[in-house]
Design a protein around this ligand. Structure first.
Ligand SMILES: [Zn+2]
Length: 242
């Protein structure tokens, strides 16, 4: 069984690292370790490059196939056993990290104010959206949501990752913050992403170290998707430090 060590789980700021090729499948490689996040949980795949003895191959897409993480390449294909050097397209990834932490905050704000659960989300680098259901809040509620989210961001709360037993989840998150029945029963240990003492939510995605890195949040759109689902779209201004 080929199992890739997920370096981004421990350190989402790791931009480059050396590893070896353990499998080649068509134009994709499986690596012993990876810094590349595979598409999942509303967060798109990372991109970047692999420097190899044969030259540089571009990592154009990273996907999960069972337990395998496939790095789809464009360029010279390395062979099994080759040493390669991974480099992340960092600007793109960092945008996703900021957007993803922002998503957790907005989801929490809306849950606290309107008891609306997050039914889905899509992270992008320029703008992202979250679907809430069942939800009834109105356009006139958006400034209040935006203000509360920005208050949390400005507190520069630390974002802390914890691995906890599944049984502790409900208690840590609040009773109906999320539908835990969606979590496969095979999952015994859960990765909890905590925004200070403000929020805790199970998530495998990549996040910033502190909320101050998000800058100012703007909610730009509210759209009813029918059947009690409301989609809100948001953007982030980079923080003006230095
Ligand atoms: Zn998440």
């Amino acid at each position: 069984m080929v199992k890739t060590e997920l370096l981004f789980i421990q350190d989402s700021y790791l931009r480059e690292a050396a590893t070896t090729v353990v499998q080649v499948i068509d134009n994709a490689v499986v690596l012993a370790e990876t810094i590349f996040y595979p598409e999942g949980g509303g967060q798109p795949s990372d991109t970047g490059r692999l420097d190899t003895a044969k030259g540089t191959a571009m990592v154009i897409q990273v996907s999960k196939q069972g337990n395998r993480i496939l790095h789809h390449l464009e360029g010279p294909l390395p062979a099994v056993g080759d040493e390669v050097f991974m480099k992340l397209d960092w600007d793109r990834r960092y945008a996703y990290m900021r957007m993803h932490t922002a998503q957790h905050i907005v989801s929490r704000v809306v849950y606290d104010k309107y008891k609306a659960q997050t039914a889905g989300n899509q992270i992008r680098d320029e703008y992202s959206h979250i679907d809430f259901a069942p939800a009834t809040f109105q356009s006139s509620d958006l400034p209040g949501i935006e203000n509360t989210a920005n208050e949390i961001i400005e507190q520069d709360l630390p974002v802390i990752i914890e691995i906890i037993p599944r049984e502790e989840l409900a208690e840590r998150m609040g009773p109906d913050r999320s539908d835990l029945t969606k979590l496969p029963s095979s999952v015994k240990q859960v990765r909890l992403v905590r925004v200070g003492e403000y929020d805790a939510y199970p998530c495998a995605g990549t996040h910033v170290n502190a909320t101050g890195e998000l800058g100012k949040l703007h909610i730009t759109k509210r759209k009813s998707k029918g059947k009690g689902t409301i989609r809100i779209t948001y953007e982030l201004d980079k923080p003006d430090k230095g």
